[in-house]
Each structure stands twice: as C-alpha cells, then as structure tokens.
Design a protein around this ligand. Structure first.
Ligand SMILES: Cc1cc2nc3c(=O)[nH]c(=O)nc-3n(C[C@H](O)[C@H](O)[C@H](O)COP(=O)(O)OP(=O)(O)OC[C@H]3O[C@@H](n4cnc5c(N)ncnc54)[C@H](O)[C@@H]3O)c2cc1C
Length: 459
C-alpha cells in the first residue's frame, strides 16, 4: 500500500529529506506532501545579506528549486502558504491553515518530517505592529526588509540590534546600500561567535566601513509614530532610526512539536537520534534549525542553526525514510563569515565554551600574513588556537584576516575532527607558495606557539 510522508517546512532540511526519500522510493510506494507557510521553497537564507546589499539579484537567484519543480520533477504535492498548526500523533494527522485561500485542511501521514527551522529571538520590547522592525530568518523576511528599504519615504538610518554573524552581515549590507548604520550590542563587542580578543579585530573593520558600534548598551524599547518605528530606546535615551533589524540570534522553532508531545531538549530544540528519528516516536523525524545536536568536542547537546547542518541532517533523514541507512555525526562548530574583505572563521570551542565544558586548556594567538611578506597583497592574519592541557589536543581555533583567511579554518576543522594535537599539527604538510602563504603557514606558526606554551607550563 502507498505510504504518505508529510513534510512541515519547505527549505533546506525539509526538501533535502523529501528529495532523498523520493530518489529511493517511487511515487507508487511513497506519496510526499509538503506544507510551507511562506512563498518560497529550497532557498538560500544565507544569501539574504548579499541580496539586501544588491550584490546578488534576488529572490530568484537564491532559490535552488521552486515548488513547481518539486511538483513536476519530484512528484510531490507541495502546498505553499499553508501553515501547519496541529500535529495529532494519535490519529497521525496534521492540520494546516491555508493562509491565502482561507480554511483548513486535515491530512494523514505514515511518516512525518518536522523541519520548521528557527525563529528570530524577539524580546518583549520588540513586540510591535509598527512598520520597519524586522527579524531575519526566511526569504520572506528578506523580501519584507527589501520592500521597506525601497519604499518611500526612503529609510536613511538603520539600527541593527545584536552583533551575531547575521547582525554583522546585515549591518554591512545596509551600509553598502548607503544607509547610516549603528549596531547596538549588549555585550562587550560584536561578532560574539569568536572570543572578544578576535572580535575586536572585526569591530575595528566594521568601524572602518563607517558602521557605528555601540557596545555594552542593551536596547530596552522602541518608539514609533504613525505606525512606523522612529527610534530604539537605550539607557542613553532614544536613538533615532528609520529601520530596525533584530540580530539577537534565533531559537529552535519547536513550539508546534512541543505542543504535540515531541521531546524537547535542554537547548529548546527537538531531540533526535543519529538517524534523525525522534526518540520513542516511530515514523517521526526532525532535522535542521529546529533540532538540537551533539557537539563532538564538548559532548554536550547544542543548537547550531546553520545551513550546512540542515542540508546534511535532512539528507540523512531522507535516506533513512527511503529505506537506507545514514547517520549524522554531530558538529564541531565550524563557521565562516566576512566583514567587507575581512574574513572570520572559527571551529571547535571558544575559551568560554571550553571552560564551561570543564577542560583545562591553553590558548595562543599568532600574528602572521596570508602570503609571503614580500609578495604583493600580503595582509595580516591572526590565528588563535585553544588546546587541551596537558595532552595538547586541539579544542578550538579562530582566524581573522584578509584573503585566504576564512577557508583556512577548514584545515583546522579537519585536524580538530580527527582529534589531532597541536604537536601533530606542526608537522602537517600544508601547501606553500608565496602567493598563498608564508613559508611557515599561519596555521603551523600558531601550532608551534601552542606547543611552546604547553611545554612552558609543564616544564
Ligand atoms: C541572514 C542569514 C544568513 C545565513 N548565513 C548562513 C551561512 O553563511 N552559512 C550557514 O551555514 N548558514 C547560514 N544561515 C543559516 C541557514 O540559513 C539556516 O541554518 C537554514 O536555512 C536552516 O534550514 P532549515 O530547513 O532547518 O530551516 P529554514 O530555512 O528556516 O526553513 C524552515 C521553513 O519552515 C517553514 N515553516 C515553519 N513553520 C511552519 C509551519 N508550522 N507550517 C509550514 N511551514 C512552516 C518556514 O516558513 C521555513 O521556510 C543564515 C541564515 C540567515 C537568516
């Protein structure tokens, strides 16, 4: 008998799962129905900042496959602008609201893929109907911000609240569009995804672009007039603005799952096993920004909302739904971004995370250059390594520098994934030619410095 898979959420995790399941099971064996509350399927939210800035056209350029492609080429029943509001596990049914046509539909499932993503953190002070206040998670959010920026009266001033990587990328995009931009951050500085000493280098680059940074200044409210936001309120008084973008991070969109009785972990994400099954719930799967996963270094459950994981986890779920066998091995926290030409990469644990996980560790910072010092275009590169004491196992790494900095983190991610020590790393056979590295690559210099720091302590 034909079974039915229902997918809630039509982006990275949901559509990866659906596509994999379809590749393994034909339409007579598995009917696939997708509910997506937005206007787009399989899009790159990661590309939103570059669409906002005008660097890439959009939104079409950011869409990998549209609903019609899934319907025709993948034989899926894709219901756009349908929001699932209830999951009834007993009857194995979902209830969805038709957001445009009105009314609701009730559909049964044999297998359920929960892939609802994340929702931007919105503190109580941001709960307003005033125009000009935006969270940033889906392509619809990007479209709404674009529309506001293009409409009359044209916004001239922007405040980005929160300096995580999304806040930093959006601040850069807005300044490239010609707005005057202030980034307000409650913590000591923006780019909280790296340690403060490395984040300071990023803050410097942002100031260089003309972005005003107000750190250590929590936002407590918004002011509005005639239905439009006019200022953010801080302890120092109101800060006038025409548009506010919230970059305060995201949390798993797990409320619907929780209401249905799915297990929720300590991070707020849906709990899953390595095959992306929801434990104790046969036929129920979850993947992407809505789940929590295992950090391979700390051994702790974490919520790491990144597209790279959503795609892999969705694929794993789809292979398993399709009758195959696949597992998701966990994450080590690798991420890259940029501010203008300054590149930022990280992997593993930051100092605070290593401390929280109970590690005894050392950290070193090595200054070097991206190319041989005499080669045209040589620019500074800073590498920070965190290594366990006394065994020297690499626990974390961060790189800030100009070209060729960000993707250098991948070599460190591979070393970390494989449990290498900083001593092992000093012997790594990394590529060298003057246009690409100094004769001692910045990664090797940092590893040698870490070895010296460990032996100085244990002498
Ligand atoms: C500005 C920005 C930049 C980013 N840059 C990067 C980057 O450089 N690298 C990286 O790895 N990651 C990046 N990310 C993160 C990445 O986009 C996400 O991790 C990824 O999109 C998660 O995929 P997902 O399928 O789990 O969730 P989502 O992409 O959020 O998709 C979930 C979908 O479910 C739908 N939905 C939710 N609830 C319901 C419901 N009840 N009924 C029906 N539909 C529902 C939503 O409309 C949404 O389309 C970025 C994100 C943003 C916002």
């Amino acid at each position: 008998m034909t079974q039915r898979l229902i997918v809630i959420g039509g982006d990275a995790a949901g559509m990866s799962a659906a596509s994999q399941a379809r590749r393994r099971r034909g339409r007579d064996d598995l009917e696939i129905m997708v509910f997506e509350r937005g206007h787009f399927t399989s899009y790159s939210a990661c590309g939103i900042p570059y669409w906002i800035s005008g660097l890439v056209p959009g939104p079409e350029a950011l869409i990998a496959r549209d609903p019609q492609t899934f319907r025709i080429e993948y034989a899926m029943d894709v219901r756009m602008r349908h929001e699932v509001t209830t999951i009834d596990l007993e009857r194995r049914e979902v209830v969805a609201q038709d957001l445009e046509g009105g009314g609701e539909v009730r559909e049964r499932f044999d297998e359920l893929m929960y892939a609802t993503g994340a929702v931007p953190v919105k503190p109580p002070w941001a709960a307003t109907d005033a125009g000009g206040v935006f969270g940033m998670q889906t392509l619809d959010d990007g479209a709404a911000l674009r529309e506001w920026l293009d409409a009359e009266p044209r916004p001239r001033r922007a405040v980005v609240v929160g300096g995580g990587y999304i806040g930093v990328e959006i601040a850069e995009a807005l300044i490239q569009r010609g707005l005057s931009v202030t980034l307000v951050e409650a913590g000591t500085q923006p780019m909280s995804t790296v340690d403060p000493d490395m984040g300071e280098l990023v803050a410097e680059a942002m100031r260089g672009l003309g972005i005003t940074i107000r750190a250590g200044l929590p936002v407590t409210g918004l002011e509005e007039r005639d239905g439009r936001v006019t200022a953010v309120v801080t302890a120092e008084g109101p800060m006038p603005t025409d548009v506010v973008v919230l970059g305060l991070g995201v949390r798993p969109n797990s409320a619907l799952a929780a209401a249905a009785g799915l297990p929720i972990g300590t991070t707020g994400g849906v709990r899953v096993d390595r095959r992306m099954r929801v434990p104790g719930m046969p036929g129920i799967w979850a993947a992407g920004d809505c789940v929590e996963t295992l950090h391979r270094v700390s051994g702790m459950p974490v919520h790491v909302p990144l597209g790279t994981h959503a795609n892999k986890q969705g694929r794993v779920a789809g292979i398993n739904i399709g009758g195959g066998y696949a597992t998701f091995a966990g994450v080590i926290g690798t991420a890259v971004t940029k501010v203008c030409d300054l590149e930022v990469g990280r992997t593993g644990l930051r100092e605070g995370e290593a401390e929280a996980a109970g590690f005894d560790f050392i950290s070193v910072i090595a200054e070097s250059t991206n190319r041989a010092g005499y080669y045209p275009g040589a620019r500074p590169m800073t590498v920070k390594l965190i290594a366990e004491r006394p065994n020297g196992r690499l626990l974390g790494a961060q790189i800030v520098g100009w070209s060729e900095a960000a993707k250098r983190i991948d070599a460190l991610a591979v070393a970390l994934w494989n449990g290498m020590t900083v001593d092992d790393m000093t012997a790594l056979d990394l590529g060298y030619a003057p246009p690409y590295a100094p004769v001692w690559d910045p990664v090797l210099i940092a590893a040698r410095k870490a070895v010296d720091a460990l032996s100085a302590l244990d002498r």
